[in-house]
Design a protein around this ligand. Structure first.
Ligand SMILES: [Zn+2]
Length: 87
């Protein structure tokens, strides 16, 4: 599981038949086929991406979406720049 910093950790959540989502500790690809109806990219910060079919390829696409759509646009934390902007 890629970890970018303390607040952001992407994972693929599985949507169970009752509509609930699996947690960050569930490896959706190791669960029995049919356990999940959909895969959903999620982040430890609460971000949720687009639902996809519950397939291995979609699991990869989920992690790509998490990185490209969520991690890349995050503002970089540069204390020096923040200090300049406040001056
Ligand atoms: Zn995040």
């Amino acid at each position: 599981m890629p970890i970018t910093d303390d607040d952001h950790g992407g994972y693929v959540a599985g949507r169970y038949r009752d509509g609930s989502l699996s947690d960050a500790w569930t490896d959706v690809l190791r669960c029995a086929p049919g356990t999940f109806v959909r895969f959903v990219p999620r982040c430890a910060c609460g971000w949720t991406g687009r639902e996809r079919p519950a397939t291995p390829a979609a699991s990869t696409a989920c992690m790509q979406e998490w990185f490209v759509s969520h991690v890349v646009p995050l503002p970089t934390r540069e204390p020096a720049r923040d200090a300049l902007m406040r001056a």
